[in-house]
Design a binder for this molecule. Structure first.
Ligand code: GUN
Length: 283
């Protein structure tokens, strides 16, 4: 079994991005800028945003976090996004999810200029990805994709099973695997025989948010298993894959933590740089 070391791959990617940022700064006389909007004081969101800010600074991006209290009015957030859309020093805008209930998530996402949507959540980016056009690809599925490709260059004809159909992970992951000519099965809570589907898979991407759902006897011996889950349990943080069992069977597997997580953040930096390059491509 091979342990797919996301921490190491992410560190290599950050090193490449750092180099690229320094070249872009020399060429354009300004750094790509990432602005994160954080609403409320939910601890996981605070931690994620701090990690994003730190990583952005490390590769030389201009990074800013705008914090609002939980009770902020939706209009104030939308106005700020409009302002950032026009601000030439901002290449990427990210509004950390989840949002308080009184704020309409879709309205917020649709207010972000598609060219600055580093999450790839805007319907324009979602549509472009599903049509096979250039788009910003959501950070977590992009991270999974890069890990799979690092391990296996040719995915053509492989059976890929995506467990989970979320807009953040499952659906964009499916698009990326389709583009690589995989035969993709997208499974979810109503799937009749999840174990049977997983047993047909050459690649499993588990992004469902159920602790240790994918078991050792669900996986063939030559399968690559990518675990997107981060679940808090009595025994600590575990993924959506029963690591101890599955790692005895699978060809390769990502650990939790240290697998997909670090790649998500590195891909956010990558997306910010891509947005900067597209925004500055005419001059
Ligand atoms: N909350 C958890 N994951 C994400 C993500 O990828 N993007 C944003 N904006 N919020 C999140």
């Amino acid at each position: 079994m091979i342990l797919i070391d996301g921490k190491k791959v992410a560190a290599e990617l950050r090193e490449e991005l750092k180099q690229e940022v320094s070249e872009l700064k020399a060429k354009h006389n300004k750094a790509p800028g990432l602005t994160v909007i954080l609403i409320g004081d939910m601890v996981p969101s605070q931690i994620y945003v701090r990690m994003k800010e730190k990583a952005a600074n490390e590769v030389g991006l201009k990074s800013e976090v705008i914090r609002y209290p939980e009770a902020v009015e939706e209009k104030a957030v939308l106005n700020k996004i409009e302002e950032l859309n026009k601000d030439e020093s901002v290449s990427g805008i990210l509004v950390q999810l989840p949002l308080p209930k009184h704020i309409d998530k879709q309205k917020v996402i649709e207010t972000i200029a598609p060219a600055k949507d580093v999450d790839g959540f805007h319907p324009i980016n979602v549509g472009n990805l599903s049509s096979g056009y250039e788009s910003t690809i959501p950070c977590t599925p992009l991270g999974c994709y890069l890990l799979i490709k690092k391990f296996e260059k040719n995915l053509s004809g492989k059976n890929a099973v995506v467990v989970g159909r979320s807009n953040l992970n499952g659906k964009p992951m499916t698009q990326l695997l389709l583009k690589e000519n995989c035969t993709v099965t997208i499974t979810h809570s109503k799937t009749k025989d999840l174990k049977g589907e997983c047993l047909k898979a050459d690649i499993i991407v588990a992004a469902v948010g159920i602790p240790e759902l994918v078991k050792g006897d669900w996986v063939k011996k030559d399968t690559i298993v990518i675990d997107v889950g981060i679940n808090k349990t009595d025994k600590g943080i575990v993924g959506d894959v029963a690591f101890d069992e599955v790692s005895k069977v699978a060809k390769a597997i990502t650990p939790v933590p240290g697998g997909v997580g670090p790649m998500t953040i590195a891909c956010l930096l990558k997306n910010t740089i891509e947005c900067f390059k597209r925004l500055n491509s005419q001059n």
